[in-house]
Unconditional design. Structure first.
Length: 319
């Protein structure tokens, strides 16, 4: 081998050693030497690419142990609850806003105490929390452990997020339950998509006070009259179980279905009843035919919705 080639090889070897030796020296200190530990501030500066939010949620993320490994307890602490405000714009929906902020829509419904999402207004402000969960109003006799168990949330996390120092909670106070979800029936009720239309037709008489077509007096109409040709299929507006069928002089042939959440639906003036009490039905199952039986002025379906025995406006709950 020529002297020039030997010289070039020596230069390459020296260059490689100049790179490797500092690395080896850093990871394998010589006897009597110690590793230089960086401060939390120095490590936090290098973590800037993680974003400010990470630093806020884990303020001592940069704290290091003697072995140079980040403390895992700092990463598992509950996130402190905070929120920002959002001004509703034209075209906004609760589901759309929730998706934009990476939240479940029931988080926004609960956190803002929204009872009917169809009447939110342009220009209205919503509170947008920094994490999913629901606001729970403490009832008389409630305990923190029972609430936590019901909503499958760690009681220690609930205490931390709500800054509670003890298990004692007062009736009427509000707790944020991180990660908890609303009952799906309640969400559908608030969004107005709990029930489907039981028949194809048009509303000939709405819910509320009206002039009676029979007496001419002002009286309360407890449901919707949906006009449709005789024999048109009538379908269950929601899954449930048939609890009553029969005939009376006002409703004619009728069917009553019980649903989750304390709801019942009434289908009246049927020409034919096609289910029996005890029958389980799914949404859209045929339960009868449109008719004009009982006290009626023409072929139509009278459709009523009851919540815990009290009538409510079906139109507010139908998708």
């Amino acid at each position: 081998m020529s002297s020039s080639r030997i010289g070039r090889a020596a230069l390459v070897s020296a260059f490689v050693l100049s790179i490797m030796l500092p690395v080896y020296h850093f990871t394998n200190p010589a006897e009597g030497e110690t590793l230089i530990e960086r401060t939390a501030e120095e490590n936090a500066m290098d973590m800037g690419s993680l974003g400010q939010g990470s630093a806020e949620r884990n303020p001592d993320y940069g704290a290091f142990t003697k072995d140079g490994i980040s403390d895992p307890s700092g990463l598992s602490r509950p996130m402190e609850l905070s929120y920002t405000s959002y001004k509703i714009e034209q075209g906004d929906t609760i589901s759309g806003i929730a998706k934009r902020f990476g939240l479940n829509q029931d988080t926004l419904l609960s956190f803002n105490n929204i009872k009917n999402s169809r009447i939110i207004q342009i220009g209205q402000y919503l509170k947008i929390p920094n994490q999913d969960g629901i606001l729970y109003t403490v009832k008389s006799g409630d305990s923190l452990s029972a609430i936590s168990e019901k909503y499958s949330v760690d009681s220690e996390v609930v205490k931390a997020v709500n800054n509670l120092s003890a298990e004692t909670i007062l009736a009427g106070s509000k707790l944020f339950l991180p990660g908890a979800r609303m009952n799906q029936i309640d969400v559908q009720e608030i969004n107005g998509d709990l029930f489907s239309w039981p028949v194809r037709g048009y509303i000939s008489s709405g819910y509320g006070y009206r002039i009676s077509p029979f007496t001419g007096a002002r009286q309360f109409h407890s449901g919707l009259d949906i006009a449709a040709p005789q024999g048109t299929p009538v379908k269950a507006a929601m899954y449930g179980r048939v609890v009553d069928t029969g005939y009376d002089t006002n409703s004619g042939n009728y069917v009553v279905i019980a649903h989750h959440g304390g709801y019942k639906t009434l289908y009246a003036h049927l020409d034919v009843i096609r289910v029996k009490p005890g029958t389980a039905v799914n949404t859209g199952d045929k339960i009868g035919d449109v008719g004009s039986t009982g006290l009626s002025t023409g072929s139509h379906l009278h459709f009523s919705v009851f919540k815990n025995g009290v009538t409510v406006n079906p139109r507010l709950l139908m998708r």
